[in-house]
Design a protein around this ligand. Structure first.
Ligand code: SAM
Length: 412
């Protein structure tokens, strides 16, 4: 495939595979858009944080000697790293060559670089994302009224069922909190709640509860379960606390997530987003993943770039890396026994690059991981601590409708 074929692939599928490194650039707006027929995600609402071009114009992975000098003057002398920090630094040094190779492949891909500014701007005007008064589901769900809140779900009747002169919209009500809500209709639905509209993709399912109700997700039938389990926990972390972005959970609470009960008996791929904190990494590798039955995880990286392809920050800045890590591993799958089976067994690290959206919003993973997911096709997918919905997904957390607010969408 030559470069322009890959650009066409990005436009059609949301994924651009880069030559010469195990890396891909993704456009979350296109990937998420596949769940909708009548609506589209507004690019400027997704890419709402300003990751425009760097003022120096295209910051490469290796800064020029000039810039290095200027930086050195401004920065205080770095203090010595302690023992734990040295381990984290060694981990970073191990990942660095792969990250640089991936980023350089992006910088060498001229057609993609030219495409990026238009991709994040789109052709619609920016909705008032910052100032509109969104519902705060975390607060609403914690109130004594939560069991009484209902959402009115409106969907269009299939054309064949609409009698001449009658309304083509059907409505039903559903409790909003502490219940599984499924959109089984053949089209996306619109949910009305407290004067706001939420766009609900067809074939999506959500449960809006606190952690204490998470076991309600376990399927009654032990023979059905999920083949892809994505978990992005609210790790305790200074940055989240400072920004008051969302409530966090003590890390050890995650030992109680019923991951094994959610996994499909024919196998599941588990993806866990983690932060770059070494103490957390140790807890995850030594306690959390073993308790879920995940062995030998593979590490992927999400490298965050601006619209001119430069990194959002210095690759080597200790406390603010421009990348996040995700650990991937199998449940109910014996890697050796499955090496000849219908899915590709994960081998080696990969880099996913994208321009970030809102704080902590992760790129969608199903398509890029599709060949590595065991079990029946299409896979059954679940996201724990989700803030958005998708066709074929069950989304659970205390605010899975957060990014479904109609202000992030426009009508096609
Ligand atoms: N993956 C999401 C995305 O891409 O937008 C971000 C998830 S964010 C890291 C963690 C989420 O967990 C937040 O929505 C937060 O409100 C939610 N959360 C925090 N405490 C929770 C609890 N006790 N029960 C359920 N969800 C919780």
């Amino acid at each position: 495939m030559d470069a322009s074929d890959e650009l066409r692939s990005l436009e059609a599928t949301g994924i651009y595979r880069l030559a010469g490194s195990p890396a891909a650039f993704v456009d979350p707006v296109r990937l998420l858009g596949e769940s909708y027929r009548r609506f589209r995600l507004v690019p400027s609402a997704y890419y709402s944080r300003s990751f425009g071009p760097s003022r120096q114009g295209g910051e490469g992975t290796a800064p020029s000697p000039d810039r290095k000098k200027r930086k050195r003057k401004r920065q205080p002398k770095p203090r010595e790293l302690n023992a734990v920090e040295r381990i984290a630094e060694a981990r970073h040094q191990e990942a660095r060559p792969l990250l640089i190779r991936a980023h350089n492949s992006l910088l060498e891909t001229k057609d993609l670089l030219e495409f990026l500014p238009g991709m994040i701007k789109g052709d619609e005007c920016l909705p008032n994302v910052e100032t509109s008064s969104e519902n705060n589901f975390v607060e609403l769900g914690a109130s004594w009224r939560a069991p009484f809140y209902e959402m009115t779900i409106c969907f269009q009747k299939p054309l064949g069922q609409v009698k001449a002169g009658t309304c083509n919209v059907q409505k039903r009500s559903s409790p909003l909190f502490n219940r599984i809500v499924s959109v089984e209709e053949n089209d996306e639905a619109e949910g009305e709640f407290q004067s706001r509209l939420y766009i609900l993709p067809k074939g999506s399912c959500f449960m809006m509860t606190d952690f204490t109700h998470v076991r309600d997700l376990i399927p009654d039938n032990p023979n059905i379960g999920y083949n892809l389990i994505v978990i992005d926990p609210p790790w305790e972390n200074g940055c989240v606390r400072q920004k008051e972005a969302y409530p966090t959970l003590p890390n050890r609470n995650l030992l109680y997530l019923p991951v094994q009960e959610l996994a499909h008996p024919a196998g599941a791929l588990l993806v866990l987003w983690i932060t770059n904190r070494e103490k957390l990494r140790r807890f995850v590798e030594e306690e959390l993943l073993p308790s879920w039955g995940v062995k030998d995880p593979t590490e992927f990286y999400w490298l965050k770039v601006k619209s001119d392809g430069s990194l959002i920050g210095d690759l080597d800045l200790f406390h603010h890396r421009p990348y996040e890590c995700l650990l991937l591993g199998y449940i109910n799958v014996n890697r050796e026994a499955e090496s000849g089976s219908k899915f590709k067994v994960l081998q080696g690290s990969q880099v996913i690059m994208s321009v970030p959206g809102a704080h902590s919003r992760k790129p969608p993973l199903q398509k890029i991981l599709s060949e590595y997911i065991p079990g029946p096709k299409p896979p059954r997918c679940i996201e724990l601590f989700a803030r958005e919905l998708g066709s074929g997904w069950t989304s659970w957390g205390n605010e899975p409708l957060h990014f479904q607010d109609s202000m992030y969408f426009s009508k096609k």
